[in-house]
Design a protein around this ligand. Structure first.
Ligand code: V07
Length: 257
């Protein structure tokens, strides 16, 4: 009888998850987690579905992982939603992708507002369609006073162009006299799009790819990397917990004297 009840309500699974969450919170959680959400196309192909079905499923995973990150007390969650390279994809796929921020926020923004999540964005806004920018800016505006998790979307983001942009701005500020003397690493960081965000403590990349692909090259200098073969649409709460548990074990091993 008990096992039937367990099966019907899946009580064990959710209480296991809660126990793992409580155990994780006893130790230092990574302050900033960055994720390269790879494998959406492959997930769709395996199911004989169009690629966009994988992107759509991947968007739902972002919601669930945001909720968990907030519950864990993570400070910043950066998700790589669209790279500067992604413009090379078929026009119809790009158009679909550019509607995802609206769809995501259309249903999820009220929860982000009430759960104290602050939405931010890094990347080059100038090439994004106006409807996409509007959705993201509205979310940023409505959550700007929130003090909990920062949900940072990398949209039309590329790290080399970000670094080059910083160098150009530094040259401008030198010429105009806004910047004087020596430039420290800290000064340089403040010129990047990540401005006053902390560097990521943990980078996660899904789908078995072991590359950085022009993502946060400067910011990831000291981060722990965790790779998994799981495709992003299959990524579960348990996978994030595993990544954080591995992170905590590593920092205990290397952090201790
Ligand atoms: C996108 C879903 C996740 C997997 C990776 C590619 C596809 C959420 C957003 C988003 C972006 C900004 C924002 C709110 C939501 C998103 C794009 C693609 C372009 F303010 N998921 N997601 N944007 N995918």
């Amino acid at each position: 009888m008990y096992s039937l009840w367990k099966r019907l309500f899946n009580k064990d699974a959710s209480s296991d998850l809660n126990k793992r969450i409580q155990d994780i919170k006893k130790n230092a959680v990574p302050f900033h987690i960055a994720i390269i959400m790879d494998g959406n196309g492959r997930w769709a192909k395996k199911r004989a579905l169009p690629r966009v079905a994988g992107h759509h499923e991947g968007m739902k995973v972002v919601r669930r992982i945001t909720r968990l990150a907030n519950k864990l007390g993570i400070g910043t969650l950066t998700v790589y939603a669209f790279s500067t390279e992604n413009w090379k994809r078929p026009k119809s796929e790009v158009e679909f992708l550019m509607k995802l921020p609206e769809e995501f926020l259309g249903s999820f923004l009220p929860e982000l507002v009430s759960e104290n999540v602050k939405v931010e964005m890094i990347g080059d806004k100038s090439y994004l369609p106006p409807h996409t920018i509007r959705a993201v800016e509205t979310a940023m505006e409505k959550t700007k006073h929130n003090t909990g998790l920062i949900l940072n979307f990398a949209l039309n983001y590329g790290s080399r162009s970000e670094i080059l942009g910083a160098v150009k701005k530094i040259i401008d500020d030198k010429k105009s006299g806004l910047l004087n003397g020596d430039i420290t690493e800290e000064d340089f960081s403040s010129y990047l799009m990540t401005g006053n965000l902390q560097d990521p403590d943990l980078l996660i990349r899904t789908s078995g790819e072991i590359r950085l692909s022009n993502f946060m090259l400067w910011q990831l200098a000291y981060s722990e990397f965790w790779f998994t073969d799981v495709l992003w649409p299959d990524f579960k709460e348990e996978d994030l917990l595993e990544a954080v548990e591995v992170y905590q074990k590593r920092s205990r091993r290397f952090g201790g004297v």
